[in-house]
Design a protein around this ligand. Structure first.
Ligand code: SF4
Ligand code: SF4
Length: 388
């Protein structure tokens, strides 16, 4: 586990229209100031590493950033930060190099492709985007290869925009960027859905093009596709939280901590804009219920991809209700089917077609009933049988 440390709370230098923290902003929550000594004390009690998160963590004064990253580096030999990239200076890049920092940059593309990440006016937005793009190069000059996080929207991936987007991705590939997380937009706002989100059918079409592009790239990989293949091969030890039966009330992959050392969950499940307290025990009721609920009623009953997908992230559940499966179900089914075929062509048996799939499902359900959430890899190993 890595603690998602938010010293600046949800304070940010821009105002992305789709940001899942907007509900907290609307509710007036998430601005608590920070106390570095208190944060360190709490982190020591937890004995866990952290990654700096926001809002925008680089709004912290450089001296405090130096203090915090230096402290973490002395504990763990490495550090991590997720930023929109706009505020990175030479001093930041030097700190990141000094403290062996993994840098994640959230950006949806250059120029107009990033307009949804709004900075108040069009001019300010384009200026902020240009700074972030230049700062990716700055990091590379310092020998830091950032991992990028991109929301796939009509703003950067419509038919008119995709050529520009792919040109940028090819440039990044040539520059040595190796990892990009592509997100299907998580939607909490009807206006965002109306103007920027793709329908599931459109998402399939667009993500197919990303998949085709990936095959032509030298280094750059989109982790969404890697993850899906791993899930079907039961090699899911490193897979993203969205495939791993996340309890919406404890979000075991994300432990948030604010500037006063208070714990919270992943913001994607906070649909009310409230940081509910983090319970000690986890529950897997969502996954037991999804397994038994017919698909036409928001469940996953009978889906051969259930072990791999598990209804996906509760933050993307139909109608914002975590009891339902992901509203992107048809997209996941489409790409799982594609990966399933590819795995078969490689002469292997995907989990979805394995003769013991139903037995493994029952065992997984049994484990969830007891409050245990295994990876498929460890579940399959316990069965001492699996895919060659
Ligand atoms: S709510 Fe979704 S993104 Fe957040 S930890 Fe759970 S699975 Fe991951
Ligand atoms: S593909 Fe759809 S039905 Fe199947 S497990 Fe995922 S969300 Fe559920």
């Amino acid at each position: 586990m890595s603690v998602e440390l938010r010293p600046m709370g949800i304070t940010c230098n821009i105002a992305c229209m789709y940001c899942y923290q907007n509900m907290h902003r609307d509710a007036g929550n998430g601005h608590s100031g920070y106390d570095l000594a208190l944060i360190k004390h709490k982190l020591e009690l937890l004995d866990e590493p952290f990654h700096l998160f926001g809002g925008e963590p680089l709004l912290m004064p450089l001296s405090d950033l130096d203090d915090l990253l230096g402290w973490e580096y002395n504990r763990n030999g490495k550090t991590s930060v997720v930023t929109n990239g706009i505020l990175i200076t030479e001093e930041h890049a030097r700190l990141f190099k000094k403290y062996n920092t993994s840098v994640g940059v959230s950006i949806d593309g250059p120029g107009e492709l990033n307009d949804i990440r709004w900075a108040g006016t069009l001019e300010a937005t384009r200026k902020a985007t240009a700074a972030a793009i230049q700062n990716i190069d700055r990091l590379l000059r310092h020998g830091i290869i950032p991992a990028l996080q991109v929301q796939v929207t009509k703003c950067n991936s419509s038919a008119a925009k995709l050529p520009l987007m792919f040109e940028w991705l090819r440039q990044l590939d040539e520059k040595g960027i190796v990892s990009m997380r592509l997100h299907i937009l998580e939607i909490d706002n009807p206006e965002v859905r109306k103007h920027y989100a793709f329908t599931p059918e459109e998402n399939i079409e667009v993500f197919e093009q990303y998949l085709a592009l990936e095959k032509t790239l030298g280094h750059l990989r989109f982790d969404i596709f890697t993850d899906m293949k791993q899930m079907l091969l039961a090699t899911d030890q490193e897979a993203t939280c969205t495939w791993r039966a996340c309890d919406p009330y404890t979000t075991e992959s994300v432990t948030g901590m604010d500037g006063q050392g208070r714990m919270s969950n992943c913001g994607l499940t906070d649909k009310e804009g409230i940081n509910f307290q983090k319970p000690d025990d986890q529950g897997y009721e969502r996954y037991i219920a999804l397994y038994h609920t017919p698909q036409e009623h928001g469940g996953c009953k009978g889906c051969r991809f259930f072990l791999a997908c598990k209804g996906q992230c509760p933050g993307t559940a139909i109608a914002g209700d975590w009891r339902n499966k992901s509203e992107n179900c048809s997209v996941w089914k489409y790409f799982f089917t594609l990966h399933e075929k590819n795995i078969q062509h490689e002469g292997r048996i995907p989990l979805s077609l394995h003769p013991q799939r139903e037995q493994l499902e029952k065992e997984m359900l049994q484990q969830w009933t007891q409050g245990v959430n295994l990876t498929i890899a460890s579940l399959a190993a316990a069965y001492k049988q699996y895919i060659k």
